[in-house]
Design a protein around this ligand. Sequence first.
Ligand SMILES: [Zn+2]
Length: 175
Amino acid sequence: MLFATKQRFLLILAVILMLTPAFLLSAGLLGRAPMFDGDERKEMTCIVCDGVGRTASEESCNTCRGRGVADFILPGPNRPLQLVGTVLGPDNKPIEGAEAAARQAEGDQTELIMTTNHEGQFGIKLPPGEYVVRVRAEGIGSVQESLLVEHNPEPLPAKSYETHHKIEKDFKLQK
Ligand SMILES: [Zn+2]
């Protein structure tokens, strides 16, 4: 009986702990950016508004909400970067519905496959490393390119969006 009471107490304690902001933050349940191995979170002078709280257009800075300081993520070597690829046909027009597949240059050959939107764009999050990206569109053409994704240590605002450095690259299809 005593044992059962103690177990119930521990269960209630566990539930209370799970409802604390620290747990919810670490679990990403409050809409905060996910953390990757080696990342650090740090409150810094806001780099978006240079700590003045206002942007060039005199509007309050969204990142620090006018406080001049905000939480930033210092990306570790494992934080993925966002490849934003634009697929162009031989006439330089964006191609909707093209298939883009990325795989590591060495080792695991699993492909991540995406389809382009109406602007001819696709996005894939890739940890730093060397990749091969092949793109093809039925009846239009294909292209294959090597891609080096390099660790970018520049701080990122710790928001649920905009938490990956971007790499923009065009992929021009050939017959
Ligand atoms: Zn700011």
